[in-house]
Design a protein around this ligand. Structure first.
Ligand code: AMP
Length: 194
């Protein structure tokens, strides 16, 4: 079972991906995490992408496509994978289709966790006020920027998957258990269709 999990920051992607890893043995593949690991390791690739990532821009399609192409071949992806943060452009989505097709590992579902941005911002502000400390990530301003980046950079690929009849949307503001149940239902249905 190979899926794409999409959604803006705060939608609960990380939580749901972890649950899918535990319950279905899928492997979460986050291009952001992979690139950050390259930077930490100060690899040639890490050195190349650091300034781009620091500026909040997208690294080139070629880089992320090659990274994912190599990664899905590894043994821990045998039961399938959850793509997180990839694809981010239509060119990446098209390249992914071709690459997976060549490897005989088709995509089974594209699941978008939707959020109510105003409610999300209110939640983050409340948490920061209650804790007294403002974690950089929880900062409302940072969140606003990341929501904008998602809308500008990633949301445009939704119509691509919608057009293929593959896009499923789940309300990411619902309770975790409810979201988990809805994702499970989508995956079970996709497994039957496969
Ligand atoms: P993320 O952790 O997914 O928010 O990604 C952090 C940063 O890594 C992004 O701002 C981009 O600079 C880079 N990045 C991650 N995934 C991709 C991708 N699929 N295409 C291009 N750049 C990416």
């Amino acid at each position: 079972m190979n899926i794409i999990l999409m959604g803006p920051p705060g939608a609960g992607k990380g939580t749901q991906a972890k649950i899918l890893e535990e319950t279905r043995g899928l492997k979460q593949l986050s291009t952001g995490d992979m690139l950050r690991a390259e930077i930490s390791a100060q690899s040639p690739l890490g050195v190349r992408v650091k300034a781009i990532m620091d500026a909040g821009e997208l690294v080139s399609d070629e880089i992320v496509i090659e990274m994912i192409s190599n990664r899905v071949e590894q043994a821990d992806c045998a039961k399938g994978f959850i793509l997180d943060g990839f694809p981010r452009t239509v060119a990446q989505a098209e390249a992914l289709d071709k690459m997976l097709c060549d490897k005989d590992k088709c995509l089974n579902a594209v699941i978008q966790l939707s959020v109510d941005e105003a409610a999300l911002l209110a939640r983050i502000e409340k948490r920061a006020a209650e804790s007294g400390t403002v974690r950089a990530d929880d900062n409302a301003e940072t969140l606003k920027k990341r929501l904008e980046a998602y809308r500008a950079q990633t949301a445009p690929i939704l119509p691509y998957y919608e057009g293929k009849g593959m896009l499923q949307t789940v309300d990411g503001m619902a309770d975790i258990d409810v979201v988990t149940g809805q994702i499970a239902a989508i995956l079970d249905k996709a497994a039957q269709a496969a």
